[in-house]
Design a protein around this ligand. Structure first.
Ligand code: ADP
Ligand code: MG
Length: 348
């Protein structure tokens, strides 16, 4: 969690838009997402299920199933180069080598028909052509040891199904880490695991981040994990980032009513009273098909105003690298203008 003052930006996502064409209409899964992550930094992405977190990561890896999906706009700059413009062959050199991903479901990235040894050796040699099979095997065993697989020399000859869910997750993590990528995308890496293993895996990711300077994007439901591991946080709602700030700032001054709701719905040891009901955000996240041009959170928001029902709020810079998209923070003139424009458009 130590951001060096002169750390270089490694990954810049600019106005990313990823849509899916479905029978019901266009699903705007990611609609104008932007963030920057520096060397050695850990960025948390939080938000309810369906808010576009996985699609954001899969877009960075260029692994969106097409059809039905398509990246329709924006840029993903890796060390300054837009990887959305690369050919599939060029992208294969980036994937797993420069940017690697721990998937929500470990079976997405492991081949059930091949021994772990074969898969790991192949991955390493694909990205380091000079490495011999023997060296790649040694390195794989070392990685398995690092993620806490007991007797890795023997277990490396197993097939994925011969491992328990937790061990499989570790194998996938070992594989994702075996190439010293500069960026690690970890998409809810621990949801399927028991608490002890969860903690160990997170510790491992934190260690890589600290020792190798790997930039990490951590998608998680767990705001406690964010508080413990992330330098900054993006809160996603309905395909967009509604608030970004350093972790400290976000917890001290949550500004979007959605962020406030998320934070209030986490049980706290220090303030929780006995039998106190935990806060939960009423209502369901919206369908991202044919979203009208309003703030998509307004039906669930207790502070919603007239303008929220008609126009999407522009980003407001609150200072201290804290940004929020909420009409509460915009001045009367801006709100009046937006409402006027929206009314004209609705009439047209
Ligand atoms: P999260 O990871 O935040 O839970 P996702 O990024 O997986 O959410 O999904 C965002 C939206 O994109 C959801 O509405 C989801 O239904 C939609 N989506 C994801 N993949 C597809 C697909 N292959 N086809 C159609 N819609 C999809
Ligand atoms: Mg997801």
């Amino acid at each position: 969690m130590s951001l060096k003052p002169n750390a270089k930006p490694v990954l810049e996502v600019k106005d990313l838009q990823t849509y899916f064409k479905t029978d019901a209409g266009i699903v705007k899964a990611v609609d104008g997402v932007s963030f920057t992550i520096h060397e050695g930094e850990t960025l948390g992405i939080v938000g309810e299920s369906g808010s576009g977190k996985s699609v954001t990561n899969l877009s960075i890896m260029r692994l969106i199933p097409s059809p039905p999906g398509k990246i329709v706009g924006g840029q993903v700059l890796f060390e300054g180069e837009d990887i959305l413009k690369l050919s599939e062959a060029e992208m294969r050199n980036i994937r797993g080598d420069k940017i690697s991903m721990i998937f929500q479901d470990p079976m997405t990235s492991l081949n059930p028909f091949l021994r772990i040894s074969t898969q790991m050796i192949e991955t390493i040699r694909l990205h380091n052509p000079g490495v011999t099979k023997k060296e790649a095997l040694e390195r794989s065993i070392e990685m398995l040891k690092l993620v806490g697989i007991p007797s890795p020399e023997r277990r490396i000859n197993s097939y994925p199904h011969q491992f328990s869910g937790g061990m499989r997750q570790r194998v996938m993590i070992a594989q994702a880490l075996s190439c010293d990528a500069q960026v690690l995308l970890a998409d809810e890496p621990t949801t399927a695991l028991d608490v002890t293993i969860q903690a160990q895996i997170l510790e491992l990711i934190a260690k890589l981040n600290a020792q190798m300077g790997t930039a990490v994007i951590l998608v998680t439901h767990d705001l406690g994990v964010v508080a413990g591991m992330c330098d900054k946080v993006c809160v996603m709602y309905a395909g967009r980032i509604v608030e970004t700030a350093s972790t400290e700032e976000l917890y001290a001054k949550p500004s979007h009513p959605y962020t406030e709701g998320l934070i209030k719905s986490v049980p706290r040891m220090d303030t929780a009273k006995k039998n106190e009901r935990l806060f939960s955000i009423e209502g369901q996240p919206p369908n991202v098909i044919d979203l009208p041009p309003c703030c998509p959170f307004h039906p669930r928001c207790q502070k919603a105003m007239e303008v929220c029902r008609h126009a999407y709020p522009p980003v407001k810079d609150l200072g201290n690298a804290h940004e929020v998209s909420c009409w509460l923070y915009l001045d009367e003139k801006t709100k009046e203008q937006a409402l006027q424009d929206a009314t004209l458009q609705e009439k047209a």
